[in-house]
Each structure stands twice: as C-alpha cells, then as structure tokens.
Design a protein around this ligand. Structure first.
Ligand SMILES: *Cc1c(COP(=O)(O)O)cnc(C)c1O
Length: 408
C-alpha cells in the first residue's frame, strides 16, 4: 500500500491539514503571543480566499500593477544550443519590481487592508521581497518597515535606496551574521510587540501556518497561466518543469497546478554554492536534517547539536538554511525531485542566456536554467521543458561584474 501511494498523484487540495502540517513537516512553532495572531490571520485568509470579491480585486491588481499574465516564451536559441527538448521560459522576470515576489506581496497587502492593519513589516535578504513589499505598501498607503541584515544592506545598497524611495523604513539588523536569518528574528520580535495593528508579510513559502499555504496560493497563478499557455501553444502539457528553490515560493506556485499530472516531471533546484561541503552551499536536501527553524519544521542545514550551519550561494535569494515544508513532503512522495547547481555553472548559464536570448536572468533563476540546459540535452526534440524564470538579473549585474573582474 505505501509503495502504491507514493506512485499515485497527490491530492493537492488536502494539504496542509488544519494544523498546517504537510505530513511530518510544517506546523506552528512560535511564542504564545503570536498564536492568536496566526490564528486570526488563518481565519481571515480562509474567508478571503473563498470570497470572489477578494479574488477579483487581487486579479485586478495583479494585472494592472504587477503586469500579469507574464509570457510563456519559446527560447529558440537556447533550444538550438542544447539540441534536445523545446525550452520554454515562464517570464516572471517581466513583473513589476523584477520578480515573482510581487504576487505574494500584493495578496498579503490586500489581506492586511481587509484585516484593518495599517502597518506592515517584512524581512528581506537581497532586498527583492523588501522592494516588492515597499511597492505594495506605497500603493495601498500602508506604513512599511523592512528588516534587513547590516551586511545585506551594504551588499544591496541599491535595493535599500529603492525601498526608501517608495517610503519604507529600512531597519538594519546587527545581530549574528547580519543577514536574512537575523532579519527574520527581528521582524518576529516586532510582530510580537505590535501585533494588533501590524501585519507581517513573510516573503517565501516558509514560517508557521498559514504562511506556507497562503504564500503558495498567491503564487499559484504562475502555474495556472503556464497550463493555459502551453495548451494553447503546444496542445499538451510539458514533460518536465524546473524551478529554483530558496524557501520554495516560486517553485510551489509554478508546480501546484501540475501535482496531479503524473506525466509531468517536477524538479526543484537548490543552491550548490562552492560545492557540497559543510558551510559552502544551501542545498537542504544534500545533508540537511529534520528540525525547526523560525516557526517551521522542515529540512534544515544544521550541525549535530542542532545549531544552524553557515550557508553560501552566489545568489542571496537561495541562501537560507531551511526549505519550505511542502517541498519536503512532495520529495518524500517522489512527486518533486531535487537537484542543485553550483556557483560556477550559474555564472556560465547567466552569460549564455544573456548572449543567446537577450534576457539577463536573476542569479536565483539561473540555477533552474543550469539544470534545465542539462536536461534539455538529455531529452528528445519532441519533448517540452518549461523553466520558471523567477526574476530578472538587473539587480545582479554589479556582483557579476565583480566576480568576472570587470570594473564598471
Ligand atoms: C527571492 C527569490 C527567489 C527565491 O525564493 P523562493 O521563495 O524560493 O521563490 C528566487 N528567484 C528570485 C528572482 C527571487 O527574488
């Protein structure tokens, strides 16, 4: 029975259960003061998601503000270059603020407004989620505070300035490694203190219930569009779909509509960094273990004492020690498989995509490209591969120039 169960497609709508569990993963691990806030949020979201007026409003802003639908683009020259499967790119890079993150930021800002919360807080690593949050807060007239590690603020000074231009207050965090993990801690501390009038817009399919489910739902539009677009274009579903996985939000949104399609292979790509050695990567399924981090039970890179390992990736958006709980669940079920791409391969694919397609991809998205190019070469010419291009690389060109030794 268990063997057969792992073979059959999954009932995607049964997850998570009412406690926010995806099998053994997910759940709620927060201080008592936040329990009420999370329950309130869960209840408000449940009403909103079933309210046609909310969905209609969200669709309206996704179109007019974010720029949906995004194109499903046939990458002709990358396809020729590989000589195998037809490669399509889902162009989330064309969205306002440059990545898929605006889908979720819009959804949660609308929800905050509905809940009567006038103040929004968020955490950000590279600054992409911070920029998306600052933009929607400006649009809806919400006060916005973004927590960001001091090291990240220095590395991503341009995004800090963008957020401030749009009226957000960016607060530097000096604790620990001064990066994303510490910024999340500070955001949670703020939320505990100001929970009444404040909504916390979490940026990935992570954290405590209802966040992983809610963030997933706000990104499902990606996969819904892909289904429609590929059917219109090719008259059938793709053979394989590939997305990069940091916390896992662009990937789960891209995959969700296809979870029950047993003939569509789904592959998540993690950050292999400098290689799979302790502290040199952020591939949670390459050596990670079950644990709890920042409200969520999932695969985590940790040492034998449960202390969080240092992580590394050329792309800040994939550089986090935990993976979204839903991905861990589907991996156990053999429904989503995982690979990783290393920094040097990412640099090569970044240049290749720019040169052959005239599209500069985000370094995060380039991880999906690396694996996609390998797979396309192994697949037949009559097969179809869709890669989620989660964001554009404008934010990364300075860093890439530095790595390549080019002075700007
Ligand atoms: C933030 C980011 C990611 C990683 O986040 P997920 O939640 O895993 O999607 C990937 N791509 C881009 C362009 C990003 O900005």
């Amino acid at each position: 029975m268990p063997a057969a169960a792992t073979q059959s497609p999954v009932d995607r709508f049964s997850l998570p259960d009412s406690g926010g569990h995806f099998g053994p993963y997910g759940g709620v691990f927060v201080p008592e003061t936040l329990m009420t806030a999370l329950q309130e949020l869960g209840a408000a979201y449940e009403v909103a998601r079933n309210d046609p007026a909310f969905q209609q409003e969200l669709r309206h802003h996704l179109k007019e503000f974010a720029g949906r639908p995004t194109e499903l683009y046939f990458a002709e020259r990358l396809t020729q270059h590989c000589g195998g499967a037809k490669i399509y790119l889902k162009r989330e890079d064309l969205l306002h603020t440059g990545a898929h993150k605006i889908n979720n930021a819009l959804g949660q800002a609308l929800l905050a407004r509905r809940m009567g919360k006038k103040r929004v807080i968020a955490e950000t690593g590279a600054g992409q989620h911070g920029v998306a949050t600052a933009a929607v807060c400006a649009k809806f007239g919400l006060d916005c505070v973004v927590y960001m590690g001091a090291v990240d603020m220095e590395r991503q000074a341009l995004n800090v300035f963008r957020m401030r231009l749009m009226g957000a207050e960016v607060r530097g965090v000096e604790a620990g490694q001064k990066t994303l993990k510490e910024a999340i801690n500070e955001a949670m501390r703020d939320w505990v203190t100001n929970v009444r009038g404040t909504h916390y817009i979490l940026g990935s399919a992570l954290g405590s219930h209802p966040y992983p489910m809610m963030v997933r739902d706000f990104h499902r539009v990606i996969g819904r569009e892909v289904r429609e677009q590929i059917l219109a274009r090719e008259g059938r579903l793709p053979d394989e779909m590939i997305a990069c996985v940091g916390g896992g939000s662009n990937a789960i949104g891209f995959f969700f509509e296809f979870l029950e399609e047993a003939n569509v292979r789904l592959v998540g790509v993690e950050a292999g960094g400098r290689g799979i050695r302790r502290g040199d990567h952020a591939a949670r399924f390459e050596g990670g273990k079950l644990g709890v981090l920042q409200g969520c039970k999932t695969y985590i890179l940790q040492n034998d004492d449960g202390q969080i390992e240092l992580t590394h990736s050329v792309s800040a958006g994939l550089d986090y020690a935990a993976i979204g709980p839903e991905h861990a669940f589907y991996r156990d079920r053999n429904r989503i498989s995982f690979a990783y791409a290393c920094d040097d391969e990412v640099m090569e694919a970044f240049k290749l995509c720019s040169r052959l397609e005239g599209i500069i991809p985000a370094l995060e998205s380039t991880h999906a490209l690396v694996h996609g190019l390998k797979r396309a070469k192994e697949m037949r010419r009559d097969e179809i591969l869709v890669i989620n291009l989660s964001g554009r690389g404008d934010k990364d060109v300075q860093q890439v120039a530095k790595i390549l030794g080019v002075t700007l």
